[in-house]
Write a protein that binds this ligand. Sequence first.
Ligand SMILES: *Cc1c(COP(=O)(O)O)cnc(C)c1O
Length: 391
Amino acid sequence: MAEYHPETQAIRQQMGRTDYREHSEPLFLTSSFTFPTAEIMADTFAGGTEDLIYSRYSNPNTDELIGKVCSLEKADDGFATASGMAAVFASMAAFLHSGDHILASRALFGSTHQLLTQLFPRWGITHTYVDPLDIDNWEKAIQPNTKMLVVESPSNPGLALVDLEKAGQIARRHGLIFNIDNCFATPYIQQPITYGADLVVHSATKWMDGQGRVLGGLVVGKRDLIEQLRFFCRHTGPAMSPFNAWVISKSLETLAVRLERHCSNALTVAQFLEGHPSVARCLYPFLPSHPQYVLAQKQMRWGGGIVTFELTGGVEQGMAFLNALQLCSRSSNLGDTRTIVTHPASTTHARLSEAERLAVGITPGLVRVSVGLEHYTDIVADLQQALDQVQ
Ligand SMILES: *Cc1c(COP(=O)(O)O)cnc(C)c1O
């Protein structure tokens, strides 16, 4: 469906219809598929046909979802996983061997950081962290055994950007697999493959579902890499449930309209917070005060739905602010219709040391707002009354 716009593809790219002529896609809750003869079954198992075998391998609902995300990301192929972290893990473990090294932007999702620092070293896979704001010096950290470049942009929760064009050039020059977590932007805001990314990872739990209902993840990318990844996933078993694929595929039909409103609400919230006296600093990629505003304008279509800000009063004031909220939810998720407020230092990043937190911009008073689809005046009024209470 290359001739249509992404908005149209996300709605009209569908699996084939059954004999019931249903308009909306059916849900295939079946663990396995049948074969008309033993010979066809043997041929399918031998790889002679692409027919459905077993839902750990593939299923019409996950296939439809993968097809849509591949169109949106301009990817050749992909695999859908049970969660975003299953996708992050598979996108690395499928390609790395004992003795390999990862060059990684320091600003990574908390569990991705745990994976690199606590789990991969058990299997002899090491990493070096580099500063997302210092990409011109990244090549100095490349070793003879460096195999993969891992980045997240914008990062969670520090909203640091990685220059995707430069990252793509570095990966190409050194033959590295360029692996990016595009969860915060979604393909509607940026398409990393157009900058040379080889693998694009998503937590579909966030903006893709967009309504806080299901967990899911995806890895999409270059055909030869996805073939290796599919082998890894088929035999390690992180497959997404067909039900979750059905929910997320339906949600993608409204991704573009939802994101436009998330982003316009977020910009309004960011402008309000930036002007408030008890806010020391507000970060949002499309605020001119963001240190990478020019880069954001270049590689992002909108600023995204996440705004972070810093209260001058540290951990105590951060927690008091969360307690003062009346409309916004205290929850760790993001990318929901409902505005969600988190205090990373006491929750998602509490396991990191103070120094590790500061290295990725998580100060004691940092608050993350996932701006929802409520009327923006109601969101701003709730933030305002909570700020007034903790002042
Ligand atoms: C939430 C998140 C993940 C993990 O996704 P889950 O679906 O929770 O496993 C990975 N990367 C980023 C940037 C995230 O925000």
